[in-house]
Design a binder for this molecule. Structure first.
Ligand code: MG
Length: 403
């Protein structure tokens, strides 16, 4: 039976900030925008007031007026993340980076070398992360990824939960269906409509009923998971990397010209970050959040890898056009380049005589000028004078759920 570990940092961005602001330890605080932005990561003191990541800052402020708000510093979080993953790799090479602050480890093959007791290995790992990065992490240990993820969630904050093979059903079946990893709001609502509240209810429902409600594939998956069966392997391949930027408008807008300028601004910022990171990408995703907080996204894949603003902007405009929005009011918009590859590895894929070569050199020169003289030194004509419409902007690495 495999032994899978899920390590998940507790309130990651907030924890990294508390290392730098020790005076805030024990006080409610969150990382995020102070105006119309959202909460990215809240300390447990803020969570006690009901503040959650993804919540609008306005709402969070109402719930917790005394909280301190810290603007995000993604470079610091990425650096802490690299340090943490390096520690995880001392346990096993079988580490799958699931996001900036969580990973799956397949420790089956390392058990003997590390003394044979998964709980002792997990506790040592937690101590090492706390000691070296001063961030607390919760660990779940189970026979598969699904159960390990549920176990780490139960372990939060700063704990460890092991689900042994013989305990799987007693652990899993009393949980509500919405606790299952992969069951989102709409699936949970559909299960509730069928009268299925607990995982046990789901497990004891005939597959044919689930097929009718969810189709064969999802129906089978739900049934298997309800019995604790999950065959997904820990994939040690590097996590899919992406770099992006998003903006929340000061006022919801349906002005296509304003949206086009913001797409350009975010494309420029994303391209600059990509050149910093030394990566290229082909797929550009655009996400739009509406006034009612529903969020949709579309993407467009370019013919070749790039880190050039104009190409990313053109792809973003193409992706945006796929929404075919009429007069919907947009609250937040984001641009993200996905499937990033290191520039050294990608260079042979770059057509060296392509017309974008000149543009890349221009943009690199602009980056250098920004470094020397500050961001005002170089601005695109179409971007100067704008910016008052934007209440908050966030540059992000690798998504921002659950940090
Ligand atoms: Mg986390």
């Amino acid at each position: 039976m495999p032994v899978i570990m899920h390590a998940d940092m507790d309130a990651f961005y907030a924890s990294v900030e508390l290392v730098r602001h020790p005076d805030l330890v024990g006080r409610p605080m969150w990382v995020g925008g102070s105006g119309r932005g959202v909460v990215l990561s809240a300390s447990y003191e803020a969570r006690a007031c009901g503040v959650r990541s993804g919540m609008s800052s306005t709402r969070a402020r109402r719930l917790c007026p005394a909280a301190v708000v810290i603007p995000p510093d993604f470079d610091a979080y990425a650096a802490a993340s690299r340090g943490i993953f390096a520690i995880l790799r001392t346990v096993t090479a079988q580490v799958e980076e699931a996001s900036i602050d969580e990973a799956f480890l397949d420790i089956t093959g390392s058990l003997r070398r590390l003394g044979g007791d998964p709980v002792a290995i997990g506790q040592r790992l937690r101590a090492q992360v706390a000691d070296e990065q001063r961030v607390s992490c919760s660990v779940g240990i189970a026979p598969n990824k699904f159960l390990a993820k549920l176990a780490s969630k139960q372990a939060k904050p700063d704990g460890l939960v092991q689900v042994r093979p013989e305990d799987v059903i007693t652990f899993l079946h009393p949980l509500p269906v919405e606790a299952m990893w992969g069951v989102g709001e709409s699936t949970a609502a559909a299960l509730h409509r069928l009268g299925l509240m607990s995982v046990s209810d789901l497990a004891h429902t005939p597959r044919s009923t689930l097929h009718r409600a969810f189709g064969a594939t999802q129906g089978n998956l739900l049934h298997d998971l309800a019995w604790g069966r999950d065959t997904r392997r820990v994939s040690a391949a590097p996590a899919e990397r992406s770099i992006g930027s998003q903006e929340t408008f000061a006022r919801d807008t349906d002005d296509p010209a304003l949206i086009a300028v913001e797409l350009l601004r975010m494309s420029a910022r994303t391209a600059e970050r990509m050149r910093w990171a030394g990566v290229l990408g082909r797929t550009v995703g655009v996400s739009v959040r509406f006034a009612d907080f529903t969020t949709i996204s579309r993407s467009f894949t370019m013919p070749a890898l790039t880190d050039v603003t104009d190409e990313i902007h053109a792809a973003a405009m193409t992706a945006y056009a796929k929404f075919n929005l009429q007069r919907a009011r947009v609250r937040r918009i984001g641009v993200r380049v996905e499937g990033l590859v290191d520039i050294d590895r990608a260079y042979q894929q770059l057509p060296l005589d392509a017309p974008d070569r000149g543009m890349r050199e221009v943009e690199r020169a602009a980056d250098m000028a920004v470094q020397r003289f500050g961001p005002r030194a170089v601005r695109r004509a179409s971007l100067t004078g704008g910016g008052h419409s934007v209440a908050k902007s966030v540059d992000e690495i690798d998504g921002w759920a659950d940090v």
